[in-house]
Ligand binder design. Structure first.
Ligand SMILES: C[S@@+](CC[C@H](N)C(=O)[O-])C[C@H]1O[C@@H](n2cnc3c(N)ncnc32)[C@H](O)[C@@H]1O
Length: 287
């Protein structure tokens, strides 16, 4: 199917139709605090409202206080699809994140780090359409139901990256599912580009979206062999660097050379490190 639809799909995504959408189209979702950029908010909403056909569930991995989930849910509501939306997160926020993201968005200061009640409150307008899954994603279960939109913003370590792929990728529908890799170009998570590259026979790049997002079409549902090939947790730094070089070549049309340079420099500056929050910036950053 991808072979027949690829040119039309590439043309559609290449024209970034979401960027013309007024944020007011997202209705009440615009009031839910989010770490997404404006362009990403438009993309998530457009995918759920205008692109999806209701062929499977929408899954949001790393929903935080519900911002990305609300944009997806409102898009799906306006499209009139019945397919369920599942949002996964550990639903905690540090004092720093509360101060940086939640309070400036108008959330009154609160004690503690539990944000599950806040997410439930903010997502109440879409109650009944969304199922929240609190906890560590790698300890969760996915029953294998088809997924049409898989939004990933939680692959903060190679272990979680691999666990997410193993749990959710087998539920993607070839020619009908998209994967949003929200951190694809983030220098702290160079393994995402590597994994998508090592599974290049399963995923075709469709679009990028600032800040660091890349969108892929599933062209073949990953099987056990593809998942084993895509697993990054045991790769050496040299293997990761080689994967980044290959990804850079395949993504050349998107003009993100500087982002690949930075990912490679970050990898070199953090030998053996596989957890994003422990990454130190490459030297060039502090020069
Ligand atoms: C950058 S934030 C997501 C932002 C969100 N999509 C939004 O619209 O604001 C990443 C989220 O992933 C969650 N997360 C990261 N690793 C996780 C894991 N292993 N299990 C569960 N949640 C995780 C964090 O709790 C955090 O809320």
């Amino acid at each position: 199917m991808m072979d027949e639809t690829a040119p039309a799909l590439r043309a559609l995504f290449g024209s970034a139709p979401w960027s013309a959408l007024p944020l007011s189209d997202t209705g009440g979702a615009a009031r839910v605090p989010t770490m997404l950029t404006q362009a990403e908010q438009q993309l998530y909403f457009w995918l759920a409202r205008d692109w999806a056909r209701g062929a499977g569930a929408i899954v949001d991995l790393g929903c935080f206080a519900g911002g990305s989930t609300a944009r997806l849910a409102e898009g799906r509501r306006q499209a009139g699809h019945a397919a369920p939306l599942h949002a996964f997160d550990r639903f905690t926020a540090t004092p720093r994140v509360k101060k940086r993201v939640l309070y400036p968005a108008g959330i009154p200061p609160f004690e503690g780090n539990d944000i599950l009640p806040l997410a439930q409150h903010l997502l109440a307008p879409w109650q009944g359409q969304i199922r929240l899954h609190p906890g560590e994603i790698e300890d969760s279960l996915w029953p294998g139901a088809p997924i049409e939109i898989l939004a990933i913003d939680a692959a903060k370590s190679t272990a979680v990256l691999d666990a997410i792929a193993e749990m959710f990728f087998p539920s993607l529908i070839p020619g009908a599912s998209v994967v949003i890799q929200q951190d694809y170009f983030h220098w702290r998570q160079p393994w995402i580009a590597v994994q998508m590259e090592r599974m290049a026979d399963c995923f075709a790049p469709l679009a990028i979206c600032p800040d660091a997002t890349a969108v892929f079409m599933c062209i073949r549902t990953p099987d056990a062999a593809a998942l084993a090939r895509g697993a990054c947790d045991r790769l050496s730094d040299a293997d990761l660097a080689a994967g980044l070089a290959a990804a850079r070549q395949r993504m050349a049309g998107f003009g993100q050379e500087a982002r690949f340079d930075r990912m490679l420099a970050a990898l070199a500056a953090n030998p053996g490190e596989r957890v994003s929050w422990r990454f130190i910036p490459p030297v060039a950053d502090s020069a």
